[in-house]
Design a protein around this ligand. Structure first.
Ligand code: FES
Length: 86
């Protein structure tokens, strides 16, 4: 397991998130107040702009959004240090 440093630009918080932890769950457990709905990749509420590398799944995001640097953080692992617009 590796931790990645994840900075949330709007909240101004930085967390060390293990690469086997779902980003949204980890952030909520650590007191961040982030928008989410289904937590299952199907509603799109948790979609944010991300700089860095994530492994993501979930059907509420298009290939185009992924290519443009968006991710569903309820359905993503961090694969590098990240900057998340949230
Ligand atoms: S919370 Fe619904 S897609 Fe992430």
């Amino acid at each position: 397991m590796t931790n990645h440093r994840v900075h949330f630009t709007r909240s101004g918080r930085t967390l060390d998130i293990p690469d086997d932890a779902i980003i949204l769950e980890h952030a909520l457990r650590n007191g961040l107040d982030l928008p989410y709905g289904c937590q299952g990749g199907s509603c799109g509420t948790c979609m944010v702009a991300v700089k860095g590398e994530v492994f993501g799944w979930g059907r509420a995001i298009s290939d185009e959004d992924r290519a443009n640097g968006y991710a569903l953080i309820c359905s993503s692992y961090a694969l590098s240090d990240l900057e998340i617009e949230a």
